[in-house]
Design a protein around this ligand. Structure first.
Ligand code: PNW
Length: 478
């Protein structure tokens, strides 16, 4: 049907799933209650001086550990199909190891899942959203390959204890942030500076832990539990800054260094060839006997390949890319890519400086993923907009409207297999380094009140209406 001269394709299919997302450290609070162990975010937010804006911590956060029934009531009111939340490893296994299971922690998630189910909401569980148990960091964290089996032990407990009720799993949230920001650039816990070295080792272990966990589920739980398991990767859209072949190639290289670093091994069994060749050449120039990029054995490549049921992706923003004749000789992921990326000053910006509003990047990204990864099922597991916290959040509504419209176009015109979408976030929460200074919620949370009262913003009402009508324009004509 034609509306105002354009094809009206703005209704989402009936089987398309809408949800909202949160993460354990950002909302739960109760950081040391009922037997929970310390994790790396507890550790860094308690440092003096603190690396976090206003010395904020997640000690109480939204207090969802005590208020989960209120959270579910909000979800019910929004009318979501699913709720994406993450599990705190230290709440389940306080030492990080499976020598001791904390029943109280497990019970919290059982209660949450039960409450969701009682309200007809599907749980989508992220096993790991950055909150590594501190005792595992104390033995080296993700760059130490011992961690692979510790992660699989943790996953086994969750599949066994929650798998009857949870049918959608994500092994990792944004491993690029864990590895590159956490162990390369010291921008996320545990704030280690080892670019182009520890971040590559971290990723190698995350990928092997992911594959082993997917295979564990596939071989030992899938038959009985009949669930589905993927991973969530973070990516910006990288747009060539000109029509030149060099800039088009540079943008492709950047996509491979960001998304391909993880997606290529999982889909095809090995790192992207451009990463392998660039990093091998540069490592040799630097005097290393072997490439700084670790290598998979042939056996590992076979084992890794195809370990996903769907690909989750978190998209917020975009950058421009250009080729350069003078590559930066320093070690690091960006330097190893040998291309330049930046965000123009005149692009519309949210409250977070990195969050340029670039809706057309959504369609370009999922279409690129379709073409690059053999038409996978794709779920947008996060997409969202920050402001300073107003209830009249028209900027957020406009952001969602435009990004969803771009996504819908990709489904309609490029036939991308997108199965669902989660808005980040259900409510304002602990925004990592920015503490509580940047807000992403559909619901406002009063962090000055001990009760942490929640209030629906204008965007919550907008999202609720979208979920009812499934239609992005005033009237959808079928
Ligand atoms: C996500 N980028 O991280 C995280 O998963 C959330 O926990 C977080 O609160 C949310 O974004 C908002 O910051 C991102 O490259 C990682 O554009 C990378 C990007 C964006 C968000």
């Amino acid at each position: 049907a034609q509306v105002n001269g354009t094809l009206n394709n703005k209704r989402f299919p009936d089987d398309f799933k809408f949800g909202v997302a949160t993460a354990s450290y950002q909302v739960e609070g109760a950081w040391n209650e009922d037997g929970k162990g310390e994790n790396v975010w507890d550790q860094v937010t308690h440092r003096v001086p603190s690396p976090i804006v206003n010395n904020d911590t997640g000690d109480v956060a939204c207090d969802s550990y005590h208020k989960y029934k209120e959270d579910v009531a909000m979800l019910k009111d929004l009318g979501v199909d699913f709720y994406r939340f993450s599990i705190s490893w230290s709440r389940i296994l306080p030492t990080g190891f499976d020598n001791k299971i904390n029943e109280a922690g497990l019970q919290y998630y059982k209660n949450l899942v039960k409450e969701l189910r009682a309200n007809g909401i599907e749980p989508l569980v992220t096993l790991y959203h950055w909150d590594l148990p501190q005792p595992l960091q104390d033995i080296g964290g993700w760059p130490n390959e011992i961690i692979i089996d510790k992660y699989v032990d943790y996953a086994r407990v969750l599949f066994r204890e929650l798998g009857d009720e949870v049918k959608y799993w994500l092994t990792f949230n944004e491993p690029k942030q864990t590895c590159n920001a956490g162990y390369g650039l010291a921008q996320k816990a545990p704030f280690i500076t080892s670019p182009g070295m520890a971040d590559y080792l971290c990723t190698h272990n995350v990928l092997r832990a992911h594959a082993k966990t997917w295979r564990l589920y596939d071989e030992q739980f899938r038959k009985d539990q009949k669930g589905t398991i993927g991973i969530t990767l973070d990516i910006q859209w990288y747009e060539p800054s000109s029509n030149s072949t060099a800039d088009i190639e540079a943008a492709e290289t950047k996509m491979q260094f960001a998304l391909g670093w993880y997606a290529n091994p999982i889909v095809y069994g090995d790192y992207p060839s451009i990463m392998q060749s660039n990093i091998a050449r540069r490592s040799a120039q630097e005097g290393f006997k072997e490439s700084r990029l670790p290598q998979f054995t042939e056996e590992e490549k076979k084992y890794m390949k195809g370990t996903y049921d769907f690909l989750g992706v978190n998209l917020y923003t975009a950058s421009l890319v250009r080729a350069t004749d003078e590559p930066n000789p320093s070690m690091g992921l960006d330097e190893d890519s040998e291309v330049l990326a930046w965000q123009p000053d005149d692009w519309e910006t949210a409250f977070s400086s990195w969050l340029k509003v670039v809706p057309w990047g959504m369609r370009k990204l999922v279409t690129w993923m379709k073409n690059t990864y053999d038409n996978p099922k794709i779920m947008i597991t996060e997409n969202g907009y920050s402001d300073s916290g107003t209830l009249e959040d028209d900027g957020r509504i406009s952001y969602y409207e435009r990004y969803l419209s771009s996504l819908r176009d990709a489904m309609e015109f490029d036939e991308v297999d997108v199965i669902g979408y989660a808005a980040w976030s259900l409510m304002d929460n602990f925004e990592w380094l920015a503490g509580y200074s940047e807000k992403f919620g559909l619901y406002h949370v009063d962090f000055n009140s001990p009760n942490r009262e929640r209030t629906a913003k204008k965007s919550a009402l907008w999202y609720k209406n979208l979920l009812e009508t499934r239609c992005l324009v005033e009237e959808c004509v079928d």
